[in-house]
Design a protein. Structure first.
Length: 73
């Protein structure tokens, strides 16, 4: 696996964990849950924030649930 594939796999794990924890998680707790140093997640969660896949409120990260768009006919 390449480094980019590793990062993508961890992003998928981050999203899965946050989806299962609607109350949100602090970065340190997310790192503990994933078994990695939370500092290694900083860039990855930053990327997910910019992509609009997660949100941060008062240091707590949340999965963004998208509402389905209704097509106009």
């Amino acid at each position: 696996m390449t480094e980019d594939e590793d990062k993508d796999a961890i992003k998928v794990e981050i999203l899965a964990v946050l989806k299962k924890h609607p109350e949100g998680m602090k970065l340190r707790d997310l790192g503990n849950f994933l078994g990695v140093n939370w500092r290694s997640l900083v860039g990855l969660v930053g990327s997910l924030l910019r992509q609009g896949k997660i949100e941060r409120l008062n240091g707590v990260y949340f999965f963004v649930r998208r509402k389905s768009r209704k097509r106009k006919t």
